[in-house]
Design a protein around this ligand. Structure first.
Ligand code: NAI
Length: 339
């Protein structure tokens, strides 16, 4: 299959190359997909994209006119793709539904640890030979209540780590996993009212956008720790900033940010970013922001590359990609569909 892969970072190349074994003719480019870069897809069968690529209806129409039949995203989330538009043009869509959920879970817990034990500040002090303990006091996670919203792959993996740290873990999911002995099934109001730490593990869709807003924040404990490694728009940023000023949010750990598109994954010159909300967030001591890197482990990158190539293999064989199918309407899966 002839493929163009957008938004490729240098560190991804070895994993894709190992997974591909020269089966597909893949052009790797660092540019993100946008209306201005669709021309790279001319003469190709498939495009491979990432989370901040523009895969909106207008771009999909251009891709369809160039003859693109498949869109494979190197991510679990598919909120950046207009799946209806793809379906209308007969373009199939696939994702990477399950890859190393531990990578995301470990990053969520790393954010929680760094915030609690003031690791960034402590390191900064140490590098300036200031070895006092002032301002570094934290709390024990053991014995605290952790609320996990969304108990799919990454939520359950995060719950398991917190459980191992001696926390009481409660959780909420529209489809709560059966027979799990990690998290207690509770309602959302109960979770908000009783959690010392809340970690979000939801896809972004119409039902979850701004799930954290002034009304849900008001139900939380004062000084709660909020961690988001899922998608930025789960949180209404303006409301969370007000909640930090009010002392409702004591700690905020973000690997994703509502307005990260065009910002994250790139190096920007100091002073060129006009994002007053992000600047405001960065003023707070107890806000820790990482650049959408929860997926960034060797194991996860290989898993992403392997599944992406598998999706291309199956499409080339005219087979359904099974659980990786992200088409708006289930495509016609033959009986031998692979997962
Ligand atoms: P998943 O599909 O395994 O789990 C999501 C869970 O959310 C499911 O159990 C589902 O029933 C539940 N859910 C959906 N809508 C809900 C609602 N309205 N209320 C309550 N529960 C709801 O997904 P996974 O693998 O855990 O990933 C979650 C999200 O994390 C992805 O959609 C993606 O956006 C993000 N992600 C971020 C990464 C990063 O590098 N920062 C890496 C991987 C995923």
């Amino acid at each position: 299959m002839k493929v163009v892969a957008y938004s490729i970072k240098p560190f991804e190349k070895e994993f894709l190359s190992k997974a591909n074994q020269k089966k597909h003719e893949i052009t790797l480019i660092s540019n993100p997909l946008s209306a201005e870069t669709t021309f790279y897809a001319e003469g190709k069968d498939a495009v491979v994209v990432f989370t901040n690529d523009d895969v909106s209806a207008g771009v999909i129409e251009k891709l369809a006119n160039l003859g693109i039949k498949y869109i494979a995203t190197r991510s679990a989330g598919t909120d950046h793709i207009d799946k209806e538009a793809a379906g209308n043009h007969g373009i199939k869509v696939a994702n990477v539904p399950h890859y190393s959920p531990e990578a995301i879970a470990e990053h969520a817990v790393a954010l929680a640890f760094a915030l609690n034990r003031n690791l960034i500040l402590a390191n900064d002090h140490s590098h300036h030979f200031n070895f006092t303990n002032n301002g570094l006091m934290g709390f024990n996670f053991s014995g605290k209540t952790v609320g996990i919203i969304g108990l799919g792959n990454t939520g359950l993996a995060t719950a398991a780590i917190f459980k191992g740290m001696g926390c009481k873990v409660i959780g909420y999911d529209l489809d709560f996993p059966e027979n799990n002995n990690i998290a207690e099934d509770v309602t959302l109001p109960y979770l908000y009212a009783n959690s010392d730490i809340i970690s979000l593990h939801l896809p972004l869709n119409e039902g979850t956008k701004h799930i954290i807003n002034e009304f849900t924040l008001a139900q939380m404990k004062d000084g709660v720790m909020l961690i988001n490694t899922s998608r930025g728009a789960l949180i209404k940023t303006t409301d969370v900033i007000q909640a930090i000023y009010a002392g409702k949010i004591g700690y905020l750990g973000l690997d994703v940010y509502e307005f990260e598109k065009g910002l994250f994954f790139e190096e920007h010159k100091k002073g060129t970013i006009e994002d007053p909300l992000l600047k405001e967030l960065m003023q707070f001591d107890h806000v820790l922001i990482t650049p959408h890197q929860a997926y960034l482990t060797r194991e996860a990158l290989q898993g992403i590359a392997d599944q992406t190539i598998k999706n291309l293999d199956l499409w080339q064989q005219n087979k359904c990609v099974g659980k990786a199918c992200a088409c708006a309407k289930n495509c016609q899966a033959p009986a031998h569909a692979a997962s």
